[in-house]
Design a protein around this ligand. Structure first.
Ligand code: AMP
Length: 121
């Protein structure tokens, strides 16, 4: 699947639409989900053009992959959920209802999440 440069997260990265940023570095942008499904719901995205977890796994550099994983720990600490626990979700493709075709991780926490799954849009 070709990368769509007009997807909403590409537009956020270009500053064309606003976001509530919680973290940024060379490889990663993290911001609050517009429709939170938990008290803490942050979306972490690589700055590179990757459609999905599959695409990111296949094509991203080691530095980009490490950067995203390290960012998870920074965001969980900054959001105060590192000790209480949180859930990471990467909806990938049709069956998972991935609604934005730019790879992203959902970080959810701030309360007991039970067995909840994070549905795509
Ligand atoms: P997914 O369904 O896994 O592709 O997740 C896409 C997520 O992006 C959903 O949780 C949406 O609420 C979220 N989302 C869509 N547009 C925006 C936006 N402009 N700012 C922040 N989050 C957004």
């Amino acid at each position: 699947m070709a990368y769509d440069r007009n997807n909403v997260f590409a537009r956020i990265l270009r500053g064309e639409i606003p976001c509530t940023k919680v973290y940024e570095d060379e490889h990663v942008l993290a911001f609050r989900d517009i429709a939170p499904q938990a008290p803490t719901h942050v979306v972490l995205i690589p700055k590179g053009e990757y459609v999905s977890a599959e695409d990111f796994s296949a094509r991203a550099s080691d530095a980009e992959i490490a950067g995203l994983v390290r960012a998870v720990g920074k965001v969980s600490a900054a959001e105060g959920v590192a000790a209480t626990g949180y859930r990471l979700v990467a909806n990938t493709g049709r069956a998972a209802h991935q609604s934005v075709p730019h790879f992203h991780l959902h970080l959810l926490g701030g309360g007991d999440l039970g067995a909840r799954l994070v549905a795509g849009g």
